[in-house]
Write a protein that binds this ligand. Sequence first.
Ligand SMILES: Cc1cc2nc3c(=O)[nH]c(=O)nc-3n(C[C@H](O)[C@H](O)[C@H](O)COP(=O)(O)OP(=O)(O)OC[C@H]3O[C@@H](n4cnc5c(N)ncnc54)[C@H](O)[C@@H]3O)c2cc1C
Ligand code: SF4
Length: 327
Amino acid sequence: MQPFSYKKAGQAENAVALVAPDAEASYLAGGTSLIDLMKLNVQTPTELVDINPLPLTKIEMQGNGVRIGAMASNSDVAYNAIIQERYPVLSEALLSGASPQLRNMATVGGNLLQRTRCYYFRDTAFPCNKRVPGSGCPAIEGYNRIHAILGGSDRCIATHPSDMAVAMVALDAVVQIRGLKGERSVPLIDFHLVPGDTPEKETVLQHGELIVAVDLPASPFTKRSHYLKIRDRASYAFAMSSVAAALDIQNGIIRAARLAMGGVGTKPWRALEAEKALVNKPANQASFQAAANLAVAGAKPQKYNAFKVELTKRTIVRALATVGEMA
Ligand SMILES: Cc1cc2nc3c(=O)[nH]c(=O)nc-3n(C[C@H](O)[C@H](O)[C@H](O)COP(=O)(O)OP(=O)(O)OC[C@H]3O[C@@H](n4cnc5c(N)ncnc54)[C@H](O)[C@@H]3O)c2cc1C
Ligand code: SF4
């Protein structure tokens, strides 16, 4: 681990003023992603600015929707009564991730910005375009069972590992960001980037910008929602394939649909074409299967992860069927 200095920030503007001018400075939230990667020498910030004292932990109604502070812990969000009642898909996604101890430390902002679990990225003995731009991608010709089938490029095929972000992108979440020049809002669907030629650039955040909150709008489908995660172990494992599904059904007909996938895309993957195909269709197996086929139509499987195509289709059908059966 490289030496680093440590400061605490009490207010958002102080935190931004400390990190933005210093390219080697980094925010420290729960530390469950960053400290791991610092121990592996994958990330080597020379200054950590601890943002745990920031007053950004509230989860509260805002209009008809909900605002979640960026420093709310994953546990607090998962067990919050408003989230459980109005956005069950988010609670389920959070509770499917990591372990209770990790969820107590992990924050909303840090969860969105956690780095990929690609084993080549996490091992400095290997080249990796994401870690060292231009050095190569051993995953493409190597062992790529956990890698993406959607959104990859010839530079990088790493998946985004978050469960929470998959549920949030299905819920049309909006990220509130503070920088040196003030605040801005970015819909979560536009927040993460596909790798293209620059896999090292993972989000639209500029260096030093701070996530202050995530807003969840109110919608007719959010209560009828579900997160289904398929993984190698029943707990404490990242998704091989996961699905966040939400449906607004009236008299057996789907009026609105939300579908997003995890474990298969280079970013939390919203299946917009599949959603459109579900609208005005009966809520039955045939509609769900057609949507599942569309959701993976653009998949480009690698040597060791072709199983994810069929797995994802089945996960989508099961998740939609579960939502369809909700009262
Ligand atoms: C063993 C293990 C298993 C796990 N399993 C899962 C799983 O199954 N599913 C899953 O989704 N996740 C899983 N995780 C990942 C875990 O959810 C993330 O590590 C956690 O959410 C990161 O949050 P944090 O607050 O600890 O972030 P940190 O590690 O503190 O920060 C991560 C990054 O975000 C930046 N950052 C943090 N907050 C802000 C902010 N407000 N504004 C701007 N930048 C910020 C930091 O500078 C850093 O670059 C697992 C982690 C571990 C270690
Ligand atoms: S898939 Fe991406 S993160 Fe993994 S080795 Fe290739 S470039 Fe690096």
